[in-house]
Design a binder for this molecule. Structure first.
Ligand SMILES: C[S@@+](CC[C@H](N)C(=O)[O-])C[C@H]1O[C@@H](n2cnc3c(N)ncnc32)[C@H](O)[C@@H]1O
Length: 358
């Protein structure tokens, strides 16, 4: 007792205890609030019914976004003629339809991987025009429930659309992404929702692919970011105070249901990796990463540039020449400007943080 009294006299015991109790209380409050508000991730089970709902609600928007991402390869690398495609988390088949719409019969083999047998059955039914006995609209499509892992068989094109967010944790995503890259002979295309979460998944995938931690390396050609970034550096959108997603908008005609509008927009994010560098100097052309604002005799363009920085340029015919000015006026969010714009300087404000943040 005497010892304890001495201890109390000679230390800030009481105030320390107070602080300690306050901190403990704060910690408990924070943990309780987190427990109440944190979303408890549950895997979605794609049953027959949920498959139909997905087909009605998401097939069209997903198809539009994947088509736009694949167009990027088609336009920039016209010599790329993929014969084989692997689609991870193929669902109701929007990737196969989009790829077939672009490369047609050049594509000979489609490997659709989906853990849900209901999704595979529905996807096949759609390909047969809604009748079990109908002819397949696209030939060469195979369905599997498990992702093959051997590095020896590669596919010219590997795609995962809106499927990374279905995976339960980082370890699983890392394993799947490494396998997808291992199976990539030409391009790996990842598409996700254009939200912070979707973009975060793509940034994570980018780190995994570029870091190259796979133990089963067969193909030693390195990974390059082909699109949308015009550089191989850190994403400047993540450097701001509030990390923003890099997203794009694609206009599309929704499926003809009475409740659908005639036109809709899909907000999506994507990332395309190539085996080795592809294309010439044009890989450094700036990417327009927001709405292009056309004003009298000048155009506002927000771009991500080859220096790995965000630029806000005001393009005029006088300063940049008539060709580039016209080009900028006709550009849209997501396009690349066919020029290296030398007069611009990095945007210190990192753009309006409210924009494209949803
Ligand atoms: C949101 S849907 C996307 C479907 C399609 N890619 C699209 O864009 O329309 C995700 C699909 O991934 C599948 N999936 C989830 N985890 C999987 C896994 N570990 N292996 C294979 N497929 C998986 C689900 O069954 C589901 O069909």
């Amino acid at each position: 007792m005497e010892l304890e009294n001495k201890f109390r006299e000679n230390t800030n015991f009481k105030s320390d205890l107070n602080i300690y109790q306050k901190e403990e209380k704060l910690k408990n409050d924070v943990l309780n609030t987190l427990r109440k508000n944190t979303y408890h991730w549950q895997p979605l089970s794609y049953t027959d019914q949920l498959g139909l709902v997905y087909l009605a609600a998401r097939f069209d928007g997903g198809f539009a976004a994947v088509s736009r991402a694949l167009q990027e390869i088609y336009q920039r690398v016209p010599d790329f003629n993929p014969q084989t495609l692997m689609d991870f988390g193929s669902g109701v088949g929007s990737v196969s339809w989009a790829a077939h719409g672009i490369w047609g019969n050049k594509l000979k083999e489609y490997m659709c991987i989906d853990s849900s047998s209901s999704m595979n059955t529905l996807s096949e039914l759609v390909l047969r025009g809604g009748s079990d006995k109908g002819e397949m609209h696209i030939s060469g499509i195979h369905f599997r429930q498990f992702l093959p892992v051997s590095p020896k068989v590669q596919f010219d094109l590997v795609v995962s659309a809106y499927s990374l967010n279905e995976l339960p944790n980082f370890a699983e995503r890392e394993k799947i992404i490494q396998t997808l890259w291992r199976k990539t002979g030409g391009f790996l295309v990842l598409v996700e929702n254009g939200t912070r979460e979707g973009y975060q998944l793509l940034m994570e995938a980018r780190d995994i692919v570029l870091k190259g931690g796979d133990k089963e390396v067969w193909d030693h050609r390195p990974a390059y970011v082909f699109a949308p970034c015009p550089h191989q550096l850190e994403c400047p959108k993540l450097a701001g105070r509030l990390p923003l997603p890099c997203n794009f908008m694609q206009k599309y005609q929704p499926l003809r249901f009475s409740w659908n509008p005639s036109v809709a927009w899909e907000k999506f994010s994507y990332m395309i990796f190539s085996r080795g560098p592809v294309g010439d100097n044009d890989s450094q052309w700036p990417r327009v990463i927001g709405p292009v604002l056309c004003r009298p005799r000048h155009v506002h363009c927000k771009m991500c540039c080859s220096d790995g920085k965000l630029h806000h340029d005001i393009i005029t015919a006088k300063r940049h020449g008539k060709d580039l000015y016209r080009c900028a006026r006709n550009s849209e969010w997501g396009d690349r400007l066919p020029a290296m714009i030398s007069s611009s300087c990095p945007d210190k404000t990192q753009f309006d943080e409210k924009e494209s943040s949803s």
